[in-house]
Design a protein around this ligand. Structure first.
Ligand code: BGP
Length: 472
């Protein structure tokens, strides 16, 4: 069947600085919130970085990026999504001057991508805020974070204006309401935060996101800026209207963020929610003007869907930041995330019907335990047919959405090279087409090996999706 993917479709892969770079204290980098989260979302943060934190070394991308980008180029990537670690550029977050060494690293990284014709897609903030901002300001509880973020964003926009044309503001910006420390450097325990505090933090990030969108358009007129939403899709557990309403309400918790970025104002239902819950969010008239700086596209992560029920009964799914009831029609990954390829088409359709903006799938992939074996040519490999099946099924649904008329700009599969997982901080959960020899105890040579999915994805890109296996 003739591929429906547009000629200029941005095929590629995604990582985040804190999950792959390592070099946590090199070249003047300050500590980030991740450096004190050795167990991801499972355990408490530590006072200082500890040896059991796999992210401190990551996959040593900081020193091996040339080798890795060469492999991405071999797969034919058109785009590579990564993030800039704010704490490499401003080690304390509020320093007057940026750290030149940090800036140089990303210069080299982006040059390396461009050398192969790979466009960098850069997230400004991917769960890796300078820890000092937590200690000094209590993170995003403080309005001053907006101008500090503008200083950081302005610095990198000016520096990389000739190299980076695609930007994302905050990774999964809706997650601030779930994980205030990881997403907002807020040191106060979530249970002790008032609703007003929590929604203020959300609001400040939204204002910062809109403000740097404007700044980017001024500094790099030919750049495109997107928001990034944790795209969990919610179905009613049963056709009961009560379940349907419950699912609708849960969906709004996600879509309200896309709404503000796309329409430039708060949806009425969220303002009513504030009123009904006595939330006195610090929304000024000036903020409302800033919010009008809308994004050029909406990007989102998509791993699975969940079910909601008014009855609050049933078994819960796994998931890192969003859990729900188990859908009996779906299978799950080893980590309990339900696999729902059709849900991706559904999500693309919903988002486009609501906001009419181009869409970008910034994350999608399968976290699984891989076994390294000897391949036919004697080289080590992983026969990850399960990953190929997952990616194939999702891409076929993306193609259907495109065929329905939805403008999808690109697809960056998550963790194109194995990295440390965000929620569980382990190596065992692998997403990549490239295997990295490192285990949960931190042992391994860090050698890279191509998995079976490497050649498979290479071929998908080469044929612009034509080689995908479609249902008969
Ligand atoms: C998203 C994060 C990523 C990534 C992914 C997979 O929520 O943006 O950073 O890690 O989930 O999650 P995990 O690594 O927990 O398996």
């Amino acid at each position: 069947m003739k591929s429906k993917f547009p000629e200029n479709f941005l095929w590629g892969g995604a990582v985040a600085a804190n999950q792959c770079e390592g070099a946590y204290n090199e070249d003047g980098k300050g500590w980030s919130v991740q450096d004190v989260l050795p167990h991801g979302l499972r355990g408490r943060r530590t006072e200082a970085p500890t040896e059991d934190n796999l992210k401190l070394k990551g996959i040593d991308f900081y020193h091996r990026y040339k080798e890795d980008i060469k492999l991405f180029a071999e797969m034919g990537f058109k785009v590579f999504r990564t993030s800039i670690a704010w704490s490499r550029i401003f080690p304390n977050g509020d320093d007057e001057l940026p750290n030149e060494k940090g800036l140089e690293f990303y210069d080299k990284l982006f040059d390396e991508c461009l050398k192969y014709g790979i466009q960098p897609l850069v997230t400004l903030s991917h769960y890796e805020m300078p820890l000092a901002l937590g200690e000094k300001y209590n993170g995003w509880l403080d309005r001053r974070m907006i101008s500090l973020f503008e200083r950081y964003a302005g610095t990198v926009f000016r520096r990389y204006k000739n190299k980076v044309k695609y930007w994302l503001t905050f990774n999964e910006i809706n997650a601030i309401l779930k994980e205030p420390f990881m997403c907002g450097a807020i040191l106060t325990d979530k249970e002790k935060l008032s609703k007003t505090q929590l929604f203020n933090a959300m609001h400040y990030q939204l204002v910062a996101s809109a403000s740097v969108t404007k700044l980017c358009h001024e500094i790099i007129p030919d750049a495109m800026v997107g928001c990034m939403i944790l795209g969990v899709t919610v179905y009613p557990l049963t056709p009961s209207p009560d379940d349907v309403i419950k699912a609708m309400q849960r969906d709004r918790e996600t879509y309200q963020f896309a709404h503000i970025h796309a329409r430039g104002e708060y949806p009425k239902y969220l303002l009513r929610f504030f009123e009904k819950n006595n939330i006195n969010a610090d929304i000024t008239d000036e903020d409302k003007q800033i919010l009008k700086n809308t994004v050029d596209f909406i990007s989102f992560s998509y791993y699975s869907s969940i079910c909601e029920s008014a009855d609050n009964c049933g078994k819960m799914t796994g998931g890192n930041l969003s859990k729900g009831f188990i859908n009996p029609y779906l299978k799950s990954t080893d980590w309990g995330w339900q696999i729902d390829a059709k849900g991706l088409r559904y999500t693309l359709t919903k988002l486009y019907d609501m906001y009419s903006l181009p869409l970008f799938i910034a994350e999608n992939g399968l976290g699984a335990e891989d076994v390294l074996t000897e391949g036919e040519n004697g080289e080590k490999t992983v026969n990850d047919d399960y990953r190929i099946d997952y990616l194939n099924a999702h891409l076929v649904e993306v193609e259907k959405a495109i065929d329905d008329g939805i403008p999808v700009m690109g697809y960056t599969m998550w963790g194109c090279i194995d990295l440390v997982s965000a929620s569980t901080a382990e190596m065992r959960k692998r997403y990549g087409c490239i295997y990295v020899d490192r285990d949960d105890s931190g042992n391994g040579t860090l050698e890279r090996y191509k998995k079976k999915s490497f050649d498979w994805y290479k071929n998908v890109i080469k044929t612009n999706g034509e080689s995908l296996k479609r249902e008969l």
